[in-house]
Design a protein around this ligand. Structure first.
Ligand code: UFG
Length: 329
């Protein structure tokens, strides 16, 4: 299939482009390189430096390459930043997706696999979280993605030859098993990269945000899904789409690890000391977030390869220890 990967120079998009090319698809990557890295773009794909606001440019690329499906990863994805800069989130994540859909309409591309998030649930009432849990985001990032889900539903109702699947990610983690691709956010705020930076001596000390949560060790529990398992789910979802489909799936492994357990995994995998201090809760962090991913498993026969936190951290360590400066020189 001819697939456009929007945001294909970013962490998740670059892994998706690689796995799509491995599976024999023709891949076109578009990315504005605001947060993405040119070096992360798979060499087998055709690359365009384009912004989601560029309707004309997107339409030309979609038409020229006869794109059949767009995998849409291009988004700002920092919760704290979204609280400080909400307009950037609605502009890039929500309005940008509308422009992309308009370009797809102009070019006749009728399928989208959309990167949504468990942040659309906000503080869930019940865990594990199923797709029928009430969606009530607690930050602009979650709302900006929720809005896109709404747009996609309305658009498909109006144009039933269109189809989409929205995948609601939990905590995406790890790096390409062959060590070729990694995770390089600037600034970095995610737990596993920070733990590994600390193991490399790039940071003095990390803070565990909150030790008084109602969990067995008092620290937050999250569902860490390996980036390659997550990307395989995108390929399965893309292949399953039929005209008129409006699919929503939670994308996690269905079990959680605590922040302390992630630190312990980091120490075991790296064999290095990772100093820690204990701090206050980070505002907006729910205590426990993990998925019920049975809908995805049942509908698409998706099975994650990685379910142990040590294995996930191990794939990340392979890349981080060889790339202490990330994609930088
Ligand atoms: N944490 C620490 N110390 C740190 C960094 C993180 O204790 O220095 C903790 C957090 O408080 C949280 C856990 O580690 O309990 C994981 O934090 P991350 O920042 O790695 O990930 P989040 O769970 O906050 O965010 C993820 C995605 C978001 C998504 C969100 C949905 O990165 O894009 O899940 O809740 F919106």
């Amino acid at each position: 299939m001819n697939v456009m990967v929007a945001g294909g120079a970013g962490y998740i998009g670059s892994h998706a482009a690689k796995l799509l090319a491995d599976a024999g698809h023709e891949v076109v990557v578009v990315d504005n390189l605001f947060r993405g890295h040119r070096r992360a773009v798979d060499s087998r794909s055709t690359f365009y430096e384009l912004d989601l606001a560029d309707h004309k440019g997107l339409t030309e690329v979609l038409s020229k390459h006869e794109i059949e499906c767009v995998m849409h990863f291009a988004a700002l994805a920092e919760v704290g930043e979204s609280v400080r800069e909400p307009l950037s989130y609605y502009e890039n994540n929500t309005a940008g997706t509308v422009t992309l859909l308009q370009a797809m309409e102009a070019a006749g591309t009728r399928r989208m696999v959309f990167s949504s998030t468990c942040a659309t649930y906000g503080e869930p009432e019940i865990t594990p979280i199923t797709e029928s849990e009430k969606q009530s985001p607690i930050n602009p990032y979650g709302w900006s993605k929720w809005c896109v889900e709404r747009v996609l539903k309305d658009y498909t109702a109006a144009k039933p030859d269109f189809a989409f699947v929205a995948l609601r990610y939990f905590n995406v983690a790890g790096c390409a098993a062959d060590g070729t691709l990694g995770e390089d956010h600037r600034p970095e705020t995610h737990l596993i990269p920070l733990v590994l930076h600390s193991a490399l001596g790039l940071r003095d000390k990390l803070t565990i945000f909150g030790t008084d949560y109602p969990t067995p060790d008092g620290t937050c529990i999250r569902d860490y899904v390996h980036v390659e398992d997550l990307c395989q789910a995108h390929i399965l979802a893309m292949q399953a789409l039929e005209p008129g489909d409006t699919r929503f799936y939670n994308l996690g492994i269905g079990c959680g690890y605590s922040v302390s357990e992630v630190f312990d995994a980091g120490r075991r995998v790296t064999g290095r000391d990772i100093p820690v201090e204990y701090g206050d809760r980070r505002p907006g962090d729910p205590a426990i977030l993990f998925s019920d991913a049975s809908k995805l498993r049942n509908d698409l026969a998706w099975e994650p390869h990685y379910t142990e936190i040590d294995e996930i951290v191990e794939t990340a360590w392979r890349w981080f220890k060889d790339h202490p400066n990330g994609y930088g020189v």
